[in-house]
Design a protein around this ligand. Sequence first.
Ligand SMILES: NC(=O)c1ccc[n+]([C@@H]2O[C@H](COP(=O)([O-])OP(=O)(O)OC[C@H]3O[C@@H](n4cnc5c(N)ncnc54)[C@H](O)[C@@H]3O)[C@@H](O)[C@H]2O)c1
Length: 258
Amino acid sequence: MTRELEGKVGLVTGGTSGIGRHTALLFAKAGAKVVVAGRREAEGQETIELIRAEGGDSLFVKTDVSKGSEVDALIQKTVEKFGRLDIAFNNAGTEGAWVPIVRQSEEDWDRTIAINLKGVWLCLKYEIRRMIKQGGGGAIVNMASVTGLIGSVGAGAYSASKHGVIGLTKTAALENAKSGIRINAVCPGVIETPMGERLFGAPAVCKSVVGLHPVGRLGRPAEIAEAVLWMCSDRASFMTGQSLVLDGGFLAGPHSAG
Ligand SMILES: NC(=O)c1ccc[n+]([C@@H]2O[C@H](COP(=O)([O-])OP(=O)(O)OC[C@H]3O[C@@H](n4cnc5c(N)ncnc54)[C@H](O)[C@@H]3O)[C@@H](O)[C@H]2O)c1
C-alpha cells in the first residue's frame, strides 16, 4: 500500500480491540507513527506489538477518555514521544446497557454519555489545541454509528450519544475550518467486533441483524479502517463536517430481510 501517512503522527482511542486496533494497524502500514490509547494495558501492548512486527513505530498510553486530565496527558505524551499530532481517530466507545428507557439506570446513562460523547469532546478539545499550537492543519475522525442517525429500540443512551457526536463534529469542523483542521465522523452499520458480538452474537439475534444489511452480511473492521484512513489522508482534502455512512445499505431505505 502507499505510505501516504509517512512523517505523520496519528492517535487512535479505543485502539485495544475491534475497529480501533484495525485502524491503528492501517495507519502504521500507511507510514504514520501511531499512539494507541485505551484502558486495557495488555490489549494495548498487543496492538503496539502487532504494529512493531510490521516495522511500525507505536506507543501505548493507558487512557480513560471520559477523564479530562487523562486525555490532556495523552496528548502531552504523544508530543513528548513523537513531537506532534497530525491525525486522530476518536473511536473509543461503549454500548452501555441496551434496555428500554423506562428501565435504564441513571448510572448507565451517565457512563455511556461520559465515554461516547464527553470522551469525544475531550479528545477534540486537546487534539485541536495541539494542532493549532503547531500551526494548524490536521484531520480528525469521530466514531458515530448508524444509531447516530436513527433511533434503535433499547439504545436510548447509546443513540443519544452517537447523535451528539454527529452534532459535535459539525460544530468542531466549523470552528476549525480556517485552521486547516478537517473534522468528520464515521457511521458504521453492525460490524464484526467484540462489541458487535456482545450485542448481537446470539444466533437468532445475529440472523435478524444481518437481515438489516441488504448486502447480506455484517461489516468488517477493516472496511471501516479503510474509510477512516481515507478521511484522514490528503485525498479527502475538501471534506469536513460530514458523517460518512458505511452500512451495507442499512439506511438506504425500507427493505425486506430477504
Ligand atoms: N461494532 C459495531 O457494530 C459498531 C457499529 C457502529 C459504531 N461502533 C462504534 O465503534 C467504536 C469501536 O467499537 P468496536 O465495535 O470496535 O468494539 P470494541 O468493544 O472492540 O471497541 C471499543 C474500544 O473502546 C475502548 N473503550 C471503552 N471505553 C473506554 C474508555 N472510557 N476510555 C478508553 N477506551 C475505552 C474499549 O476498551 C475497546 O478497545 C465504538 O465507539 C462503537 O460505539 C461499533
